[in-house]
Each structure stands twice: as structure tokens, then as C-alpha cells.
Design a protein around this ligand. Structure first.
Ligand code: DQA
Length: 151
């Protein structure tokens, strides 16, 4: 089983950026945390991060061309602006779970729209790093239900 995690703009600054909202742990700690989970569960994990919208679209297409089976994506600010990301997820038609560290539903009005949500299996929000594991679990459950059960 091959899965890709895609992180959007400013998530590379975790630990520095607004720690009251996003926590004190760094981006490197997040990657370690999800990589350990992949080892424990026995699936292959590719992690990508960019501050640029077009790069995020390229990663979604890369997932398709590299025969990755599913995507967990935190598009960060592009969640609320990007039809291009929605179109990319629809184009590759890979099962995708949306994740946010903070509880976007309880934040500003301009964060209430997610352009990608309609193309995603589920959205996990407000659970910090553990939300990524929950998103991976949702994806793994979906993928194993739709295959022979082998990772
Ligand atoms: C975020 C929420 C977005 O609204 C924000 O722009 C981010 C991070 C989150 O993980 O909580 O950059 O996606």
C-alpha cells in the first residue's frame, strides 16, 4: 500500500507559526510522527510540502503517475481558495482525506469554505498531529475494503 501526505503553505513553519493555534512541535516532528505510524502499520509513505499552489497540484498528479493509492492532504490556506486543487483531486480520482490541525469550523468566516471537501472521503479537523493518523486510518480502511486486504 502506497500513500502520499501533501502539506500546503506555511506548514513547514510549524513550531514557529502561531503555536497557540498549531502547537509547539515542528514540521520535522510531524514527518517523524507520521513516518513512524507508516512503519508500524506497514505501508509506504511519501511526504510532500510546498508553499506554492502549482507544486501541490504537481504532487497530486505525481501520486497518480507513481501508482500511489491514496492521499491525505492539508492544503492549508489553499483549502479556502483553490479550485485548481479540487480539479486535480477530481482529475486523478484517488481516494483523498482532508486534514487540518486547527478546528477550522470554529475560526474565521473565510476559513469556512473548503473547495476540496466535495472531492474528499472525509475531513478531519482540530485534532492536531493525531488528526493525520485519523486521516490515514480512514484512508487505509477505505483502501482495504476495496482491495484484498493486503497492505
Ligand atoms: C490549516 C487551517 C487553514 O485555515 C490555515 O490557512 C492553515 C492551516 C490547519 O491545518 O489548521 O495554514 O490548514
Amino acid at each position: 500500500m502506497k500513500i502520499m501526505i501533501i502539506n500546503g503553505p506555511n506548514l513547514n513553519l510549524l513550531g514557529i507559526r502561531e503555536p497557540d493555534l498549531y502547537g509547539k512541535e515542528t514540521y520535522e516532528q510531524l514527518t517523524e510522527y507520521v513516518n513512524n505510524y507508516a512503519k508500524q502499520k506497514g505501508f509506504e509513505l511519501t511526504i510532500r510540502q510546498s508553499n506554492h499552489e502549482g507544486d501541490l497540484i504537481d504532487y497530486i498528479q505525481e501520486a497518480y503517475f507513481e501508482n500511489i493509492q491514496g492521499i491525505v492532504i492539508n492544503p492549508a490556506a489553499y483549502t479556502h481558495t483553490s479550485v485548481g486543487l479540487l480539479d486535480a483531486i477530481k482529475a486523478v480520482n484517488l481516494p483523498t482525506v482532508e486534514v487540518h490541525l486547527s478546528d477550522v469550523a470554529k475560526r474565521e468566516n473565510y476559513r469556512q469554505i473548503s473547495y476540496i471537501r466535495e472531492a474528499c472521503l472525509a475531513t478531519v479537523s482540530g485534532k492536531g498531529f493525531s488528526g493525520y493518523l485519523e486521516a490515514l486510518d480512514i484512508l487505509l480502511r477505505h483502501l482495504t475494503q476495496n482491495s484484498d486486504g493486503e497492505f
